[in-house]
Design a protein around this ligand. Structure first.
Ligand code: SUG
Length: 417
């Protein structure tokens, strides 16, 4: 078996809009009511996938979910045309684009039964995300149907789980056994702590991780400053942890455990005095994709906002000049997603596995990306004004757009889910 990392990006859906639905997500609040550009958003996402493909990496994707979320609207006794505007906005969100919140993934080398385990996230804290798991699970069960995988349903909704955004794996290399760090929140000051330790522990048990699981609290100060997920202030790859100084509540035991248990462990810590939490969160420096290139060097795929934030750009330049762990930095434009608090790392779910075990319809190459760009160009709305979310024409366009992408990928099993 040859294990590589596949990044599965959420294709940004045709209903992408700015409704300000996420308390504690500063970008979502700031851009509430702005006019969105779904077509440009999806094309930005496709170009990010293409750029990573051209770095020599294996790339996958997940499809947009059915919107409006009719099944959820029915559960609350209404329809998109009759719903209160706030309920309608919750049913029209394209938030499943942020695939880092789709599931938590433990690759085969870490698990007792030698399978790659995936647990779909219940996302129960935010109403607009709480109904995602049903359609996400349908895609996970298709993409990872092989016996090499074990796909689990959501942990019970008493315990909030936001998936891989609060999970980091450290190992000498992708194919070797490692440790998995589950980062949970206790308090976020005025904002909710979305990942509960009970959920993290349940997932570690379901994934048969034994003592490979490490639990660490996210710092209250980081959540209160707008780091609603750990991946806004920290990211790991191979034996490297790249984190803001203020990411964790009590970092000493975490770092000691990583030092003891990960051969070659290296911490790349950014001091608050060099990049403040506010600049880290505004630029999404840590929501970059930290990737091992085929030649073995580590690259950071950052949002363009990092190049535009002077303290962050200066830190990147210093790090590159110092020959630190990160050898190459690429900038990608995902501004439409960033305006809702989703950077390059939010847009992808990492699965370390043998690509031959994945349903190939969920993997992309240049030709498939071209086909998808054509579908997006033909079917995605150019703009959405949040006041039009219940327009019959818009709703019909969005339904039709999703069917067009299902058709292009030959994934007809997903028509109704
Ligand atoms: O859950 N934004 C998402 C952003 C998720 C980012 N993911 C990671 N950090 N991995 C969220 O807050 C905004 C939707 C709106 O306001 O319309 C939103 O859901």
């Amino acid at each position: 078996m040859s294990i590589v990392e596949i990044n599965f990006d959420g294709l940004i859906g045709p209903s992408h809009n700015y409704a300000g639905l996420s308390l504690g997500n500063l970008a979502s609040a700031k851009n509430a009511g702005h006019i969105s550009q779904p077509r440009a958003a999806a094309l930005q996402g496709l170009e990010k996938m293409r750029a990573n493909l051209h770095l020599g990496l294996t790339q996958g994707l997940f499809l947009p979910q059915p919107r409006p979320a009719d099944a959820w609207l029915a559960e609350v006794g209404t329809t998109i045309m009759e719903a209160d505007p706030a309920i309608a906005a919750n049913a029209m969100s394209a938030s499943s684009m942020w695939a880092a919140n789709a599931a938590t993934v433990s690759p085969a080398p870490d698990t007792a039964d030698g399978k790659c385990h995936l647990t779909v996230a219940n996302l129960r804290t935010m109403p607009h995300r709480s109904h995602e798991w049903v359609a996400t699970l349908a895609q996970l069960r298709l993409a990872f149907a092989s016996s090499a995988f074990a796909v689990h349903g959501p942990v019970p909704p008493a315990f909030g789980d936001e998936g891989a955004a609060n999970h980091m794996r450290l190992a000498p290399s992708h194919g070797e056994a490692g440790v998995e760090v589950f980062v949970y929140g206790v308090s976020g000051g005025p904002f909710p702590a979305r990942q509960h330790v009970e959920a993290s522990k349940a997932i570690a048990r379901l994934h048969q991780l034994g003592d490979r699981a490490i639990f660490a609290a996210q710092s209250e100060e980081a959540i209160a400053a707008g780091a609603f997920h750990n991946d806004v202030v920290a990211v790991a790859n191979g034996p490297v942890l790249f984190a803001h100084e203020k990411a964790f509540e009590d970092k000493a035991p975490l770092l000691a455990a990583l030092d003891a248990r990960v051969p070659g462990f290296e911490l790349v810590e950014v001091p608050d005095a060099e990049v403040s939490l506010a600049d880290a969160i505004k630029s999404y420096l840590f929501n970059s994709q930290l990737l091992t290139l085929p030649g073995g060097e580590m690259a950071l795929v950052c949002p363009t906002e990092c190049a535009e934030t002077p303290s962050v750009k200066a830190w990147i330049d210093r790090h590159l000049a110092s020959n630190g762990a990160i050898r190459r930095v690429e900038f990608v434009d995902v501004r439409q997603s960033m305006a809702n608090g989703g950077g390059p790392a939010c847009l992808r779910l990492r699965v370390q596995c043998d690509p031959a075990d994945v349903d190939p319809r969920f993997l992309v190459d240049d030709a498939k990306l071209d086909r998808l760009a054509a579908v997006v160009g033909a079917h995605w709305p150019e703009e959405i004004d949040g006041r039009e979310l219940q327009s019959e024409t818009l709703v019909a366009t969005i339904r039709k757009a999703r069917l067009a992408v299902i058709d292009a990928l030959n994934l007809n099993e997903l028509t109704s889910s």
